[in-house]
Design a protein around this ligand. Structure first.
Ligand code: ZN
Length: 157
């Protein structure tokens, strides 16, 4: 577990924002949230960085806690170096269109991660992100049918 003293050095960077806690305990509470949620001081730093980039007020402990789930601990997850898109997912390289059966047996077109190297990389990042998210957060995803049968998705593999 990280040393609260080290964490508080980073938390102190929030001191210039509006509506700071009035008591030292309030600041300690912010440090404790980060202590519970972050495994590395680098992650703490990245969470504070992100807050400073986007917010004007000192966060509430709950806000800081949820930010630790949104900010990946690994900087490589922010701007990943990805392989080039293949024909299936070009030009954007994020999704490819596949046809699937929905629960009513209707054929629907939906977006899915491609199965080229780039798509697999993105899918792995999706999974990692979902892992890091707390249980009460939902991960919106265009397809989330665990029992679907793929139609045509294998075409051209
Ligand atoms: Zn692809």
């Amino acid at each position: 577990m990280l040393d609260l003293k080290d964490i508080k050095k980073h938390v102190a960077r929030l001191g210039g924002l509006s509506f700071p806690p009035i008591t030292p305990e309030g600041w300690t509470e912010l440090g404790k949230v980060l202590q519970r949620r972050c495994l590395t001081i680098n992650h703490v730093e990245r969470v504070i960085d992100r807050w400073l980039e986007t917010e004007e007020n000192v966060p509430k402990p709950a806000q800081l806690g949820s930010l630790t789930s949104d900010v990946p601990s690994d900087p490589a997850m922010d701007r990943p170096i990805l392989p080039d898109p293949c024909e299936g997912c070009a030009p954007e390289g994020f999704w490819r269109t596949v046809q699937r059966l929905d629960l009513n047996g209707q054929i629907v077109e939906c977006s899915a991660r491609c199965n080229c190297a780039r798509g697999r990389h993105l899918a792995a990042m999706d999974a990692k992100r979902a892992e890091g998210a707390t249980s009460n957060r939902t991960q919106p995803h265009p397809i989330d049918w665990r029992v679907d049968r793929k139609i045509g998705a294998r075409k051209g593999d």
